[in-house]
Design a binder for this molecule. Structure first.
Ligand SMILES: Nc1ncnc2c1ncn2[C@@H]1O[C@H](COP(=O)(O)OP(=O)(O)OP(=O)(O)O)[C@@H](O)[C@H]1O
Length: 249
């Protein structure tokens, strides 16, 4: 049994009376402590899979299990699974201090010792306690994303769902944020399910990945296939070739 098991997942939205099939029969299995990537062109359904896991998108058919337990009635696995979004500015409340942002999940779950936990969380993500009473607009993009990562870790989850976690950051800050995520995964034995359109990021971060197109799974690749360039489908080869061109141009 894998830690995260998704079987024949279908997610369908109704938009103005029309059905949008965002995810069409996708299956994947992620092992505990693994870092698994979802790649594919824009609109291929990657983010919708993460949203379905946290109960933010409707599961129309199929199943999602975490550690053998099914996701029921769209209820999220709140403490076990946390999500980090692309745009830290949008995901932090503009009028909440860092302290409030980090304390809130603790208060909701009745967890005490908040001051010490907030200070420790800030240190864990490389921001000192001096950042505690700042507002989001008083932080750089990289610092905001560190706060968002700290918040995601407040409830000590086992799984982080990362939706383009560094694509809103400058290249140098992006590398720092990725290194921070890798260190936290190692230290805490976290499992990552990560969406990225940047194949260099995925190559750096992920043990395995699933290539998606138009809501469907195209193929799965492991490190050996990535390193050896042995992709089965022409679509995946094109995706990687286009990305290599972008990186070298
Ligand atoms: N809440 C929603 N209501 C209606 N349609 C939606 C909703 N969320 C996503 N979709 C549609 O589902 C499809 C998949 O979207 P999704 O965001 O999962 O793609 P993606 O692969 O993550 O794309 P990107 O890389 O651009 O973020 C798209 O056609 C999108 O327009």
């Amino acid at each position: 049994m894998s830690f995260i098991e998704i079987e024949n997942l279908e997610v369908t939205f109704r938009v103005k009376g029309r059905l949008v099939h965002a995810v069409r029969g996708v299956s994947l299995a992620v092992n505990r402590h693994e870092s698994f990537g979802l790649v594919g062109e824009s609109g291929s359904g990657k983010s919708t899979i993460l949203r379905a896991i946290c109960g933010m998108a409707p599961v129309s058919a199929g199943s999602i299990r975490i550690d053998g337990k099914p996701l029921r009635h769209g209820r999220a696995f709140t403490r076990q699974v946390q999500m980090v979004f692309q745009d830290p500015f949008a995901s932090l409340h503009p009028r909440h201090t860092v302290d409030r942002t980090l304390s809130e999940p603790l208060a909701i779950h009745g967890i005490g010792d908040r001051d010490a936990r907030v200070n420790r969380a800030l240190e864990d993500v490389g921001l000192g306690r001096g950042f505690r009473f700042r507002f989001p607009h008083q932080l750089s993009g990289g610092q905001r994303q560190r706060v968002a990562i700290a918040r995601a870790l407040m409830l000590e989850p086992e799984i982080l769902l990362l939706d383009e976690p560094t694509s809103a950051l400058d290249a140098s800050v992006q590398a720092e944020a990725l290194n921070l995520l890798s260190r936290l995964r190692e230290e805490r034995g976290l499992t990552f399910l990560m969406v990225s359109h940047d194949l260099a990021v995925v190559d750096h971060m992920c043990d395995r990945l699933l290539v998606m197109k138009e809501g469907k799974s195209v193929e799965q690749l492991d490190r050996a296939a990535l390193a050896g360039g042995t992709m089965q489908s022409a679509y995946t080869r094109e995706l990687f070739a286009a990305s290599a061109d972008r990186l070298t141009s």
